[in-house]
Design a protein around this ligand. Structure first.
Ligand SMILES: Nc1ncnc2c1ncn2[C@@H]1O[C@H](COP(=O)(O)OP(=O)(O)OP(=O)(O)O)[C@@H](O)[C@H]1O
Ligand SMILES: [Mg+2]
Length: 162
């Protein structure tokens, strides 16, 4: 069940991040996919707010990985400069991915193979200056169940939520 959402502002994208955060738990992995400026960091900022992180989340492009403390920890990784999945082992991400927090990876498609089949993919497409399409694509049973909890109106095959 893929859920597609249209957002018309940065705020609206953040709000969906906050909403998703209500379903998140320790050990979750989120892969964000979308071109430069699509809104990946913006969505993660909303997730952070929903997890009770107090500082403002900015892009970890140069530091690669940032850790934020909230109700649940948030590990925010930017894979833009990584060569591939093998780099994640060197960064110690294996521990984080099964650890005490939520791992959110920008440019997740570059390191997808690291995550096997239990993650939520968030694909963001630019449709216009301030219009974005967010696709939430569950991989693995736990995500399917949680997508149904978040979007009960959507039935088996998913659909346009908005
Ligand atoms: N509906 C929208 N949702 C999110 N961002 C939007 C929207 N409309 C316009 N924007 C703008 O798009 C930009 C998104 O920036 P953001 O840093 O989140 O992108 P990104 O995908 O993380 O980019 P990068 O690949 O550089 O990390 C911001 O400047 C934001 O103001
Ligand atoms: Mg970013």
């Amino acid at each position: 069940m893929t859920v597609r959402l249209i957002t018309r502002s940065e705020d609206e994208t953040e709000q969906w991040g906050r909403k998703l955060a209500s379903q998140l738990r320790e050990g979750d992995c989120l892969l964000l996919v979308g071109e430069l400026g699509a809104g990946k960091t913006c969505f993660v900022r909303g997730i952070a707010q929903g997890l009770g992180v107090e500082e403002r989340v900015t892009s970890p492009t140069f530091v690669l990985l940032r850790e934020h403390r909230g109700r649940i920890a948030l590990y925010h990784l930017d894979a833009y400069r990584l060569a591939g999945p093998e780099d994640l082992y060197q960064l110690g991400v294996e521990e984080l991915a099964e650890g005490d927090g939520v791992l959110a990876v920008e440019w997740g498609d570059k390191v997808r193979d690291f995550f096997r089949d239990d993650y939520l993919e968030i694909e963001i497409k630019i449709l216009g200056d301030s219009v974005r399409e967010l696709s939430l694509i569950p991989h693995g049973d736990s995500w399917k169940t949680r997508m149904e909890a978040l979007f009960p109106q959507l039935g088996e095959n998913g659909a346009q939520a908005k």
